[in-house]
Design a protein around this ligand. Structure first.
Ligand code: GDP
Length: 525
């Protein structure tokens, strides 16, 4: 590709993830998006994957059980001249540090909210991570075909709970059984939930934002309530501000119903038009790297181990930050200086795994890995080393004590532990007093994968004793007094030797803060 071609290819990319609480409708909306992209032909395909009916032979054992697939980790399709990459962010028990790290590899996020429930716990956590990156966040208020909360409340909640301004791009005209349609403030039209008698789906609004008075729905009280809401939004609501949207300070809000495929295409069209193409990446030394830099480079944001003992390889997911990837190219691993040839790569689609021929900044490539990569690694082609900014650390919430089952096998236990921790699969801590091993994770699946891989890759059977959920807070070493440790706040150190307390609960943490008001407790992201 020459420079212009690369620029054009990069400008086409739209790479995003969907953040939501389980059951808000992420799978359903993803499926609709794939339908619009022509990747799947019938609804239910992604669902079937989720429930495991689509299992392919080479899926990992745990993945199979849970129905997560390598191939659905990244879904790519073309829509209106743009190439869309959706990165999956697993929820439920599959929630792990990978879920967070995936958010480091996208250029925008879509937040799906159940309009009957509003903002829920997992959405809040994921939002925090996205917000910290300062990337645009688009909101889809789902399940309009059911009675939900007042739309004005939902908008207000964005500001109250998440601290982000909401700007309603469209507005529901009724909901549940009384759903008439969407009042589109920007396109100046009404999108009907059901076609009207003439078979029309869209009705134009006049300069005052009103429907033709001869249109039957213009007589309905729901329509008049909508006009009242719109007047209120226009007078007292937030002003649309694209700059704020791009910085993640304002979120455009779309209403709809993923299940009945209502409002999804309107959302997709607007999203594709507004969401940013890949832009500069900040490097570890503070420099900024343009996505159209002619030299390929990227970073590893996720490593997925193959749980099938016959396939020991793993897949390292690389977000391309700059340039063009070509099969068979030589790259250097920045951390070690090692040069390697990238022969084995996969491209991700919703229902097939195809070998990548070429991909550009914004795309994700999966590299078969035999143990070279760690999470956060940078790779580059060309002469000048490229090191992407370090990925942030996330505060683990679940903890386990871990030991080797067979004391005669300490060696393989330590080796496996060291390698898996280095790879970034799980966090390791040691207790101050007894040097016990404590594992920390953000989701239960991380422990299961750890246990499985220790057994299968290192032939080390481990015994894990749950400590349960704890609140981890780091403290400055100079402020540490071992007397501060008690049964309710386990004192441990992280890999770098930094001390932290694992508090039993909020009360234990508050008690500690009252007792030691001068000690500063800090969380990671
Ligand atoms: P996920 O856990 O966020 O991926 O949620 P799913 O897409 O699996 O949806 C959870 C449940 O909500 C399923 O039973 C869906 O059929 C249902 N659902 C999703 N979208 C809608 C919607 O727009 N309206 C209604 N009534 N149900 C929906």
């Amino acid at each position: 590709m020459n420079k212009q071609e690369l620029q054009a290819a990069v400008d086409k990319r739209r790479t995003f993830a969907i953040i939501s609480h389980p059951d808000a409708g992420k799978t359903t909306i993803t499926e609709q998006l794939l339908l619009f992209g022509g990747v799947i032909r019938e609804a239910g395909t992604v669902k079937a994957k989720k429930s495991g009916h689509f299992a392919k032979s080479d899926w990992m054992a745990i993945e199979q059980q849970r129905g997560i697939s390598v191939t659905s980790s990244v879904m790519q399709f073309d829509y209106q001249g743009k190439r869309i990459n959706i990165l999956d962010t697993p929820g439920h028990e599959d929630f792990s540090e990978d879920t967070y790290r995936t958010l480091m590899a996208v250029d925008a996020a879509v937040m799906v909210i159940d309009s009957a429930k509003g903002i829920e716990a997992q959405t809040k956590k994921l939002f925090k991570v996205v917000k910290q990156r300062g990337i645009p966040i688009f909101t889809f208020m789902n399940k309009l075909d059911r009675d939900g909360r007042e739309p004005l409340d939902l908008i207000a909640e964005l500001e109250e709970l998440l601290g982000i301004e909401g700007y309603a791009m469209n507005w529901p005209m009724g909901m549940g059984k009384g759903l008439l349609g969407l009042y589109d403030r920007r396109a100046k039209q009404v999108e009907l939930y059901r076609e009207n008698e003439a078979g029309e789906r869209f009705l134009p609004l006049d300069a005052d934002g009103k429907l033709d008075p001869s249109e039957p729905i213009s007589q309905e009280s729901i329509y008049r309530d909508t006009l009242d809401d719109i007047a209120l939004l226009n007078d007292a609501g937030n002003q649309f501000d694209l700059k704020k949207v791009m910085q993640g300070d304002q979120t455009p809000v779309f209403f709809g119903s993923a299940l009945t495929n209502f409002g999804v295409e309107t959302f997709l069209k607007n999203f594709v038009a507004m969401a940013p193409a890949p832009s500069e990446h900040v490097l570890e030394d503070g420099r900024k790297l343009s996505p159209v830099d002619p030299n390929f480079s990227g970073f590893v944001f996720k490593i997925q181990a193959n749980m099938n003992p016959n396939h020991r390889d793993r897949i390292a997911f690389v977000r391309i930050g700059a340039g063009e990837f070509e099969r068979g190219m030589d790259v250097t691993l920045t951390r070690t200086g090692k040069v390697m040839r990238l022969n084995n790569s996969t491209e991700f689609m919703a229902n097939s795994r195809e070998t990548v021929e070429s991909a550009v900044a914004g795309d994700i490539v999966g590299l078969y890995d035999t143990g070279n990569f760690q999470i956060g690694d940078s790779i580059f082609a060309g002469k000048e080393p490229v090191e992407y900014a370090k990925l942030p650390q996330f505060t683990p919430e679940l903890f386990m004590r871990v030991t080797a089952k067979n004391v005669m096998k300490q060696k393989s236990f330590h080796k496996g532990m060291q390698q898996l921790v280095q790879e970034g699969a799980i966090q390791l801590y040691r207790t101050y007093s007894t040097d016990d091993y404590i594992l920390g994770a953000v989701g239960q699946l991380q422990f299961e994968v750890f246990k499985f891989r220790m057994q299968n890759e290192y032939n080390s059977e481990v015994v894990m004793t749950p400590i349960g959920s704890r609140i981890a807070r780091w403290i400055d070493e100079t402020q540490l007094d071992e007397k501060m440790s008690s049964s309710r706040n386990l004192l441990v150190k992280d890999l770098a030797g930094a001390p932290l307390f694992l508090f039993e609960n909020q009360y234990a943490m508050r008690w500690f803060q009252d007792k030691y008001p001068d000690v500063r407790l800090t969380a990671k992201l």
